[in-house]
Design a protein around this ligand. Structure first.
Ligand SMILES: NC(=O)c1ccc[n+]([C@@H]2O[C@H](COP(=O)([O-])OP(=O)(O)OC[C@H]3O[C@@H](n4cnc5c(N)ncnc54)[C@H](O)[C@@H]3O)[C@@H](O)[C@H]2O)c1
Length: 376
């Protein structure tokens, strides 16, 4: 059983899919591990740290691998290096990328999307959405603090008092909760909103204030899977009216609102941005799915009338060492379930719910029900 750790070809991706810690674990379950040179360097992990725990560092690492682990979906140029029948496991970003999935299928590899892991107790250790969103939520506050011209905590000094920064977090999933906690640690006065009623208590338990239109639709806004539903136009209008007044008085807004498989809901309009004081900062963590803030641009900081809209992509990657370390452990926990340990061999149970939920391609075809060609 050969496992290969790929070097990411996207220059904007600093994360790596393994750590020396997980290489040790792969070796302990009987795998041979190879890594492409320099794969970990942007995460602070030189080749020597991988070879020290028994990984082979080789430019040909991928060629005969049974399992290839990556951060991002492989491109056609990468697929040509994989052997047919290999498993490739990554954050595949499959929604809206059906053509890329077809290319993967045609390369004869079995692709698994870590972000489709079901959110059940058994798979909690494999939950890349949580591990990465948690760090993104933390980093969003650090970015905000950096871009903001004032201090976060209230400071009472001999020269006078500086008021605490007001932070509003929109969308209280994993990223939002960590953003609230981090902003509170820095001394900000924090408010937050979400469409899922369950978040109210979580917000309050972190010492922040909850703000939302709490009508009948709100009471039913959570799916059985624990995700938000797409809200009606009427609800979104009511929510916008409520938040518009609040936004005027905020210094920092961090938006994290997402609905699985859908574009991000637009929560902050240009008029709302315009209503904020110069020096205010918005961090749009939903930018890769279209953004929650009107005017936000992927990878850019847009400044209008002194208000900055930060649209950094791959925010977890801006804490690359921590992000890689947690992602590596998520991956190991999943791969462990694909292995027949006594025989030290790969033994994928295609009926396992974790496999069913994450397997995108197999034997030349796209097999995941959510990504079938439209005509099928
Ligand atoms: N293993 C597990 O059981 C597990 C692990 C992680 C998260 N979860 C749960 O899954 C749920 C989703 O978490 P996530 O971080 O992946 O969410 P997410 O990234 O899909 O979305 C972020 C947040 O945006 C909110 N949102 C959507 N539309 C909105 C709107 N119009 N206005 C305001 N907010 C809006 C969502 O309700 C969610 O809280 C949570 O209940 C979380 O606790 C469970």
């Amino acid at each position: 059983m050969k496992i290969a750790i790929a070097k990411e070809i996207d220059p904007s991706e600093p994360r790596v899919a393994a750590s020396p810690d997980t290489v040790k674990k792969y070796r302990a379950i009987g795998a041979e591990v190879a890594i492409e040179p320099g794969a970990g360097i942007k995460s602070g992990l030189p080749d020597s740290e991988f070879s020290a725990v028994g990984a082979t560092v080789s430019a040909d690492a991928l060629k005969d691998a049974d399992i290839i682990i990556k951060v991002r979906r492989p491109e056609a140029s990468e697929l040509s290096q994989y052997k047919r029948g290999a498993l490739v496991i990554a954050i595949m970003d499959p929604y809206g990328n059906e053509a890329a999935l077809k290319t993967i299928a045609e390369a004869g590899v079995s692709a698994f999307a870590m972000e489709l892991m079901p959110r059940i107790t058994r798979a909690q250790v494999m939950d890349v959405l949580s591990s990465q969103a948690n760090l993104a939520g933390y980093r969003a506050v650090i970015e905000a603090a950096e871009a903001f011209g004032r201090a976060f905590p209230m400071m009472m000094t001999a020269a006078g008092t500086i008021p605490a920064a007001k932070v509003f977090v929109m969308g209280v999933g994993v990223a939002g909760l960590q953003a609230i906690a981090t902003a509170r640690r820095l001394g900000a006065v924090v408010t937050a909103t979400d469409v899922r009623p369950a978040t109210k208590e979580q917000v309050e338990s972190l010492g922040a204030k909850f703000l939302a239109v709490e009508d009948e639709e709100f009471k039913n806004a959570q799916t059985a899977g624990g995700y938000a539903k797409e809200m009606s136009r009427e609800y979104q209008a009511k929510q916008a009216a409520l938040t518009a007044e609040h936004i005027k008085k905020q210094d920092i807004i961090i938006t994290t609102a997402l609905i699985p498989g859908r574009p991000a809901p637009r929560l902050v309009t240009s008029a709302m941005v315009k209503s904020m004081r110069p020096g205010s900062v918005l961090i749009d963590l939903a930018i890769e799915r279209g953004g929650n803030v009107e005017g936000a641009r992927p990878g850019e900081v847009v400044e209008t009338d002194g208000v900055k809209i930060v649209g950094y992509t791959n925010v977890a990657g801006r804490v690359a060492q921590s992000a890689s370390s947690l992602y590596a452990r998520n991956l190991f926990s999943f791969i462990e379930t694909l292995v027949d340990k006594p025989n030290k061999a790969l033994a994928v149970n295609w009926d396992d719910e974790l496999v069913k939920a994450t397997a995108l391609t197999r034997d030349g075809a796209v097999i995941h029900p959510n990504f079938q060609p439209k005509s099928a």
